[in-house]
Design a protein around this ligand. Sequence first.
Ligand code: ADP
Ligand code: MG
Length: 361
Amino acid sequence: MKRYLGCMFFALMVLLCGCGRDVPGEGGDRGKEGPWQRVDTAMGTVIQQTVYGAQETAELFSEDVMEMLYQMEREELSWRLDTSQVYRINRSAGLEEGCALSEELAGLLEACQELSVRSEGAFDVTLGRLTSLWNIDQWSTEENMTQFQIPSGKELEAAVESCGSSKMKIVRNAESAGTEPDSGRARIWLPEGMRLDLGAVGKGLALSRISRLLEEREEMGGAVISLGGSVLTYGVKPDGSPWKVGIVDPADPSSHLGILTLEGQWCVSTSGDYERYVEADGVRYHHILDPATGYPAQSGVGGVTVLVKDGLLSDGLSTACFILGPEQGMELAEAYGAETLFVMQDGSIRMSEGMETYFSR
Ligand code: ADP
Ligand code: MG
């Protein structure tokens, strides 16, 4: 139930994107250009696509997007499916020979490693043992909500010990090309006990790939595509008006406290304590963990939105900024050329100077 509430909040976030009609092809010439809308689920979240262009081209595009997302989950990112690279990498932890991986995934993990260094360890995709200890991906079901038990201090300590992006070793152009599926010239070694969890960047990576797909299809006019808390805007609407992306109010996630007005291609990611959480003994635990303590991060942030051209950066930075809080977070994002908007738990708003151009109440 909670998951569906969360999904509704995300859907609401993009309702403001200027997609007034949901009946495709209605009335006049403009109807021939859309908007065409489609809603699915993938990567554990709601995928909402609004695309402009000729109907057949648009529908084919939306279908291809979904196929790409399913494939990413199945073959690259899932830590549950034994068909994915992340699953195989996790299983190889501690092995002397390590594990082969695609060049693209190696590049993604290197970027994550860099973000980990620059965020002083706040962002860390090697915290898979911590996220499974908290059982985050099971929080969505009502049954598990009532059965939830906080991990013990000892368990958390051991899981914290297993984390640390600097302990993950990646080699590009490895001498011994692997024989495993997907093996390119890259290899990775995880120490025993370490597990990857790419939940903080998977959707962002997908946004960048969708953006590339749009570039290849010149006949597509424009699109706004939301994968849960990460949104891609692309191109132009037939009437030339800008995209509008709503910023959810963490204190009341069914409403917005403002909008971003954007032109052309952007990636907007939000990380918030209201997106996924569980309650035990009257205490609420959310899904963004501080790798230093093993507990949900306590930075006073209710939600943080990052605006930048690249999806991996918007998604990764929003998670990092949530943990770091506004001072350190803004500095980090600025170093990556990204704009930030922090909504604090006390309701106050802090934003980077550049964000003021796009945000309005
Ligand atoms: P969402 O996935 O809900 O959009 P985020 O992008 O902020 O939100 O990612 C949160 C997910 O990232 C968690 O569910 C978990 O899988 C993973 N995660 C939690 N804490 C961290 C962290 N400190 N560094 C990297 N990944 C994290
Ligand atoms: Mg993220």
